[in-house]
Design a protein around this ligand. Structure first.
Ligand code: B12
Length: 211
């Protein structure tokens, strides 16, 4: 039987949580790779939903339903991505910046990092500068990863980096930034150490920095 990525995508767009879960389980049984289901079905669905929202043909409730449905698919896939890692490469503190409630991309980055052997301390969404600084003082991570999905919240990343500098913590932690509106030139501008366009890239770049 051929895996129908398009069906999972459609069910995600329509917010059909249980169908997404069932179809994702079936796809895994049929041998589909978790990464491909995420990319071709789940992320693809969110891009579609984002376009529709941007065009004004769907509204927040539909966007929210799709996001929840995606989480049902991710629940099935997470154990396959994380596996059983016995040792920790390095610690990463991760969070979505203040004023921003988007967490799907951030969670995906966290899952991929865990799957690559990192210990992930997830501060959640709407994380203030102080919360980031407190977590860094407490956990002494090698990396800080910040996510922002809004053009109005991406500036908060710079404020956190400034805060790290003021607190004398900047040399102790490598800062990674990401999220749909973020790009390499923005990362350079705010003096971040790294930018990743997707979750896999983040893990790959961080691993590279440990060598
Ligand atoms: C789902 C969604 C929501 C859900 C979020 C649910 C949740 N739990 O996350 C809800 C309904 C709550 C929501 C609310 C809003 N949303 Co919204 N939302 C989206 C949508 C459709 C999908 C986002 C998503 O999950 N994508 C899938 C994930 C996997 O992709 P990703 O987040 O980009 O993450 C990947 C990479 O960017 C990267 N990455 C992400 N973070 C990091 C971090 C690091 C360190 C690294 C290295 C990499 C990395 O790796 C990830 C995996 O590959 C986008 C459209 C879009 N195309 O992005 C709009 C979108 C982001 N939302 C938008 C808007 C406007 C809003 C609202 C302001 C709407 C409103 N009027 O209230 C509110 C804001 C609420 C708030 N204060 O945050 C706009 C933003 C416009 C802009 N330029 O700022 C978008 C682009 C829609 C649009 N086309 O207009 N939203």
């Amino acid at each position: 039987m051929v895996v129908n990525f398009e069906k999972i995508k459609e069910a995600t767009i329509n917010g059909e949580q249980h169908i997404v879960k069932k179809l994702t389980q079936e796809a895994v049984k049929q041998g589909a790779k978790a990464e491909q289901i995420i990319q071709d079905s789940l992320i693809s669905a969110m891009s579609h939903v984002g376009e529709k929202f941007g065009a004004g043909t769907i509204y927040i409730p539909e966007m929210l339903r799709a996001a929840r449905a995606m989480k049902f698919g991710m629940e099935v896939l997470k154990p396959l991505l994380v596996g059983n890692k016995v040792h920790t490469l390095a610690k990463v503190v991760i969070g979505t910046v203040k004023g921003d409630m988007h967490d799907i991309g951030k969670n995906l980055v966290g899952i991929m990092l865990e799957g690559s052997g990192f210990e992930v301390i997830d501060l959640g969404i709407d994380v203030s500068v102080n919360q980031f600084l407190t977590a860094i003082k407490k956990h002494h991570p090698e990396f800080l990863a910040m996510s922002a999905l809004l053009t109005t919240t991406m500036e908060k990343m710079k404020i956190v980096i400034d805060g790290l500098e003021e607190a004398g913590l900047r040399p102790k932690v490598k800062v990674f930034v990401g999220g749909a509106p973020v790009n390499q030139s923005f990362a350079d501008e705010i003096r971040a150490d790294g930018y990743g366009a997707n979750a896999g890239k983040a893990a790959e770049l961080m691993k590279g920095m440990l060598k």
